[in-house]
Design a protein around this ligand. Structure first.
Ligand SMILES: NC(=O)C1=CN([C@@H]2O[C@H](COP(=O)(O)OP(=O)(O)OC[C@H]3O[C@@H](n4cnc5c(N)ncnc54)[C@H](OP(=O)(O)O)[C@@H]3O)[C@@H](O)[C@H]2O)C=CC1
Ligand SMILES: N[C@@H](CC=O)C(=O)O
Length: 393
């Protein structure tokens, strides 16, 4: 089948322009009829008649059979995507916040209206992980999916560790390069990789987990003492989401900074690159590596989804139908490094064992084992100035 696709694209920012650059290089048997944007006063590189601020100019156009949603507003995106799917149009989106937050509704709408929503570009930019989890690992016993899922925070950490750049300078560069979200707290606070993890959990394990239920701690409270500690021990710090089946019934999910030793495959993943490490029962470890942010890498994943729609591709969400009785759990012990301010806080975390403590006037840390559920309960304190928590690999 080689159906001609007529596209209406929402968004002409980093990813929208990246997608357009790629499409114009090839004769792909697809036409872009309209771009819907927000600010009509902005200068564009394409003819003005291609742009509109009226969503209905795309949603109500019977000639447009495919909507591509690439905007930076998750709630507006949900309205656009759900209306398009309901009106019989297939959709491609890169909006991880929207997808993670509304996944159950989006699946129900697709099933009711027989339309397809694809979102490879939403998780780790150019890395084809969703279709692999959906198709290839269907019959595999997946022990874990982990790695580096956020290009901006990885870019910042690389610049800090490899070039001694200041945090604020590195963040500004990640923004200028188009890697960061409009609100970069989503990146550096670990929310963006958490949305991606929630989507991964769905395709890996058939679980719908509301992002609010998942622990995320970011890199925004990283201090010079933490960096010195990591460097002295030959670690790098990376922001690492983890989905792991801990027994036949339970899956844990969390996003934490992690102290990564030199022999760990994530140690060499730098800048805006992402890496997805899949641990499967019989295949053992497999590693996917590629650019996780930026207009062209993400545009290439979006284009791959558009092309897949030509032959009627849909996610089947088979693992949701047969979830093997798996449930989300937070009852799991991990080893952490915690820099802290108030001594009394240590009581709250209820360390089950302590292997190292250090006290100085302006730098106190503890290394030991804690239950994930206790970190989750105390997340708001850990997220304050004076605290930084990282998992030990
Ligand atoms: N940047 C990246 O590397 C990646 C981004 N993503 C995701 O892709 C999406 C787009 O990101 P990005 O391109 O970086 O964002 P940008 O901020 O560069 O662009 C956002 C675009 O959305 C348009 N827009 C915002 N609100 C509306 C609305 N209500 N209706 C129509 N258009 C609207 C803006 O219009 P206007 O031009 O008029 O301001 C702009 O063109 C986000 O969901 C992001 O999370 C996913 C993977 C990688
Ligand atoms: N802000 C995101 C963009 C891609 O998803 C990131 O930095 O990874």
């Amino acid at each position: 089948m080689n159906n001609k696709l007529t596209l209406g694209i929402f968004g002409f920012g980093v990813v929208g322009q990246g997608l357009h650059d790629i499409i114009k290089t090839k004769n792909l048997n697809l036409a872009i009829k309209r771009f819907v944007i927000k600010h009509p006063e902005k200068k564009r590189t394409l003819p003005a008649e291609l742009f509109t601020t009226d969503a209905n100019a795309v949603l109500d156009d019977p000639e447009i059979n495919t909507v591509v949603e690439l905007i930076d507003d998750a709630e507006a995106a949900f309205d656009i995507v759900s209306s398009a799917l309901r009106s019989g149009k297939n959709v491609v989106s890169a909006n991880k916040k929207m997808i993670a937050t509304h996944l159950a509704d989006l699946i129900a709408i697709q099933q009711e209206y027989g339309t397809s929503l694809l979102y490879e570009g939403a998780v780790c930019g150019s890395i084809p992980i969703i279709r692999n989890l959906e198709e290839y690992y269907d019959n595999e016993l997946l022990h874990a999916v982990t790695g580096i899922f956020n290009g901006s925070s990885n870019y910042i950490l690389s610049k800090i560790f490899n070039e001694n750049l200041a945090y604020a300078t590195a963040l500004k560069q990640a923004q200028d390069l188009g890697f960061a979200e409009t609100d970069p707290t989503l990146d550096v606070g670990g929310y963006d990789p958490k949305f991606k993890l929630a989507i991964v959990a769905s395709h890996a394990y058939g679980l719908y987990i509301a992002p609010e239920a998942i622990l995320n701690i970011g890199i925004d409270k990283l201090s010079a003492s933490d960096i010195q500690f990591a460097k002295e021990k030959n670690f790098k710090i990376k922001l690492v989401p983890t989905a792991r089946e801990i027994n036949d019934k339970s899956v844990i999910l969390y996003v934490l900074p992690k102290l990564i030793p030199r022999d760990n495959i994530l140690y060499g993943v730098e800048n805006e690159y992402n890496g997805v490490l899949v641990k499967a029962a019989f295949a053992d470890e497999q590693f996917f590596y590629g650019k996780g942010a930026g207009g062209h890498p993400t545009g290439s994943a979006v284009l791959s989804d558009i092309a897949a729609l030509r032959y009627g591709y849909k996610y089947e969400y088979k693992k949701h139908i047969d979830a093997n009785g798996l449930a989300y759990s937070t009852d799991w012990e991990i080893e952490v490094y915690l820099r802290y301010k108030e001594e009394s806080f240590i009581e709250h975390l209820k360390f089950t064992s302590i292997s190292e403590r250090y006290y100085a006037q302006d730098f106190k840390y503890i290394i030991g084992k804690v239950n994930l559920s206790n970190i989750l309960k105390n997340r708001d304190i850990i997220d304050r100035e004076g605290y930084f928590l990282a998992e030990i690999a």
